[in-house]
Design a binder for this molecule. Structure first.
Ligand code: GKR
Ligand code: MG
Length: 421
């Protein structure tokens, strides 16, 4: 019988890694993105890794759970889920939000549980000598395709040197950005983060990408910056040009109005971010693709639960990404490899970062990742890199993601674009 993997100690390390000035509907990325790295130690000397958001309210919730974990078995994730729910129910202000960019309605229990579950699966895999994908039902694909994630961006953070990507404000600059990303990683699908320029400019950008990369599936995601009327107009203008249109308008009802007249599927990581929102979305036929994200859907196994629900209702499944490091990329890859209906190329912010905490890094070939061979997640922490990025966290002074506050330092009249155009 497999020995128990008793958790003896939990370490939570907030880190900051350099992030370019990427624009979105609510502002611009700050010079550093924040993440928390979890290390679950067992009596037997194993260490399981997890990665999650690092906004202060989230860190406090993680710490509260961490102090109750020692003594539990890493195979007992059901019990650990109940413990997370219990710990959070006893904390005032546990619903503290502010972690995931524009994801605000997700379940706090699922968000807090997620990195612990991933770290437990890492331990389970290391104990059994098997990769995490095998604990999720085994691989249904050996290679997981990802998409090129394009952003409008400034050439540099104010006061800093230009970054290697340069400015992107015009269709030509976006085409150049896509060409570089595809040359480096081989991506076979392209997503453009929109909601930055007026919709007609973003339609032009998609037309330019379509002309430059014929046959490559395209997606546009304005993060609900448009009214439903505009969403319908843009959707019709993009007929035949995009694979899906992501979050054109706010809320389940806004999405349902656009969906009724849109010639392509609508995808979301904003209108449906928790299990209790699915019923209403299905009834309204508001979304045709859900972007899963194990960081807020409650870990890898719950994300597979989401996959089963999506399959039941004929809803497609893709994968969402915020800025992340290699532990999360490994977890995303194991999950996607084991989930049959997760068959769109996954999102990843990966090309935008230059620093990491794992070794060896994962390598994209032809736009896809091979499932790490394992055991567990198949990535190892680099203690020096972890220490350096933790120092960077301490020095940089950022304690929560605030794209709006940052952009308003340079553009005081900036307005967040929710149902704006
Ligand atoms: O990082 C960003 O700017 C993205 O806009 C991110 O916050 C979103 O959550 C995400 O990428 C999305 O697909 O909506
Ligand atoms: Mg999105």
């Amino acid at each position: 019988m497999t020995p128990a993997a008793r958790i003896s100690r939990v370490e939570i390390t907030p880190v900051a890694f350099a992030d370019p000035p990427l624009l979105n509907a609510v502002g611009v990325h700050e010079p550093f993105a924040l993440r928390a790295v979890l290390q679950l130690h067992t009596d037997s000397g194993l260490v399981g890794l997890g990665e999650t958001y690092a906004d202060e309210t989230h860190l406090e919730a993680l710490e509260a759970v961490a102090s109750d974990l020692p003594g539990l078995d890493a195979f007992d994730t059901g019990r650990i889920y109940a413990l997370v729910a219990d710990v959070l129910s006893r904390r005032s202000g546990a619903a503290g939000d502010g972690v995931a960019g524009m994801i605000t309605g997700a379940s706090v229990v699922n968000r807090v549980f997620s990195p612990f579950e991933v770290a437990c699966l890492d331990i389970q895999g290391r104990t059994a000598g098997r990769p995490v994908v095998d604990l999720l039902g085994g691989r249904v694909r050996d290679r997981v395709p990802y998409s090129a994630y394009l952003f409008y961006k400034w050439a540099e953070h104010p006061g800093a040197d230009p970054d290697e990507w340069g400015e992107a404000r015009t269709p030509d600059q976006l085409v150049e950005q896509a060409a570089t990303m595809i040359e480096r990683y081989g991506f076979g699908a392209i997503k453009l983060k929109g909601g930055v320029l007026p919709p007609d400019d973003e339609i032009e950008a998609i037309r330019a990408l379509h002309a430059a990369f014929p046959g490559v599936p395209l997606r546009l995601d304005p993060n609900a910056a448009w009214t439903p009327e505009t969403g319908i107009r843009v959707a019709q203008a993009l007929e035949g040009l995009v694979q899906y249109l992501e979050d054109p308008s706010p809320g389940i009802h806004g999405m349902a109005r656009v969906a009724a007249s849109a010639p392509m599927p609508l995808a979301t990581n904003m209108a449906v971010v928790a299990f209790d929102q699915i019923r209403e979305a299905v009834a309204a036929d508001a979304v045709q693709v859900i972007l899963s994200d194990h960081h807020f859907w409650g870990g890898l196994r719950r994300s597979q639960g989401l996959a089963a629900v999506a399959d039941t209702f004929g809803i497609g499944l893709s994968m969402h990404s915020n800025s992340h490091l290699g532990i999360s990329l490994a977890a995303m890859t194991h999950l996607a490899a084991a989930t049959p209906n997760l068959d769109y190329a996954c999102d990843t912010h990966w090309p935008w970062k230059t620093e990491d905490v794992v070794k060896p890094g994962l390598t994209f070939i032809d736009g896809a990742l091979e499932v790490p061979a394992g055991p567990g997640l198949g990535v190892e922490l680099d203690p020096d890199a972890l220490g350096a990025l933790h120092e960077q966290y301490l020095r940089c002074g950022l304690r929560a993601r605030d794209d709006t506050g940052y952009i308003r330092r340079f553009d005081p009249g900036f307005v967040r674009k929710l149902g704006y155009w």
